[in-house]
Design a protein around this ligand. Structure first.
Ligand code: NAD
Length: 288
């Protein structure tokens, strides 16, 4: 039986439509102009595309965006100084520094310089800590938050489910595992040192692949009926994108699956906007 396709593009459009209404209501009823600052250092082409997409998504939702570009040789001190100004600027609700940063800038120092309340990427250690405490005030990393939304939309039962997260990065794997744990799943985190990935996958009702290796998860590794979420984005030699999951064989075995592109990717941007609106509401003490 072919798997149900979890359409992240359609869900993202729906979420972004709802966010646009909220942004308009915040402006019209509360006089709040939601604003996100997006900072990019250097000329990395992929990062530039990501930033342009984020800025465009803000505009579509009625969110004001400050797109700030810094030369590749910008000092860490200069970047930190600008972040401090944005932290102090009450008209700016969210601050995002596009990764990766040039080698001479310490990523963690920069991420932790962002005010916790404005950390719309959810990468600050304090937000990660809050998430691990299941604190609703945590700003949750956008991609894992998007995955949770897709699972909820699909009506997937998380409580008691066996979930395997492949990848343990601070920005995807770890927060993903934490969210699933908080939701009552029994979570196994697999990574580059895992001895027998297939053995873990065979037991998994839910698989989230966040590795960056094209088609490494195949249908024969999956438990029949598993829900498969493919976070991976890999550029193939022909220029097309593919995920970490071999879609064709996995779709034969899974009950539901996200495509690449059009699955998790669009959800990440939608959740960035959602985090920005949440941040603005909290900073102004508005409950919707
Ligand atoms: P990362 O490189 O920081 O982490 C990769 C993880 O995969 C590591 O924890 C590593 O231990 C694990 N890994 C490597 N080889 C493995 C193997 N053979 N078996 C099991 N685990 C293995 O990457 P990341 O930032 O977490 O991103 C992961 C993927 O998700 C990338 O393809 C990235 O482009 C994609 N991504 C997509 C979105 C989105 O919006 N869809 C957002 C962020 C990242």
């Amino acid at each position: 039986m072919a798997a149900r396709v979890l359409d992240g593009k359609a869900r993202s459009a729906q979420v972004r439509g709802e966010i646009a209404k909220t942004v308009a209501a915040l402006r019209d009823k509360h006089g709040i102009e939601v604003c996100l600052a997006v900072l990019i250092v250097g000329e990395d082409p992929a990062s530039q595309v990501y930033v342009r997409n984020k800025v465009a998504a803000c505009e579509q939702a009625g969110i004001r965006s400050l797109h700030e570009r810094f030369a590749a040789d910008t000092t860490q001190q200069a970047l930190l100084a600008r972040i401090a100004e944005l932290n102090a600027d009450a008209s700016v609700h969210g601050i995002l520094v596009q990764l990766p940063l040039p080698a001479h800038i310490d990523r963690q120092t920069v991420l932790e310089a962002i005010a916790v309340a404005k950390d719309v990427d959810g990468f600050h250690a304090e937000n990660a800590g809050r998430l691990s405490h299941n604190d609703p005030a945590a700003m949750v990393a956008c991609t894992p938050r998007g995955v949770m939304d897709l699972l909820a939309q699909a009506g997937v039962t998380l409580q008691g489910a066996e979930a395997v997260v492949i990848g343990r990065s601070d920005i995807v794997g770890k927060p993903m595992a934490m969210l699933l744990t908080n939701a009552g799943a029994t979570v196994t985190v697999c990574h580059s040192k895992t001895r027998d990935l297939a053995a873990h996958l065979r037991r998994a009702d839910i698989v989230v692949a966040a590795v960056g290796k094209p088609r490494m998860v195949t249908g024969e590794m999956l438990k029949p009926g598993a829900v498969v979420i493919d976070v991976g984005i890999n550029r193939q030699p022909d220029g097309k994108l593919c995920g970490d999951v071999d879609y064709a064989s996995a779709a034969e075995v899974a009950s539901a699956i996200t495509p690449v592109p059009g699955g998790v990717g669009p959800m990440t941007i939608a959740m960035l906007l959602a985090n920005t609106v949440d941040a603005a509401c909290r900073q102004h003490g508005v409950t919707l």
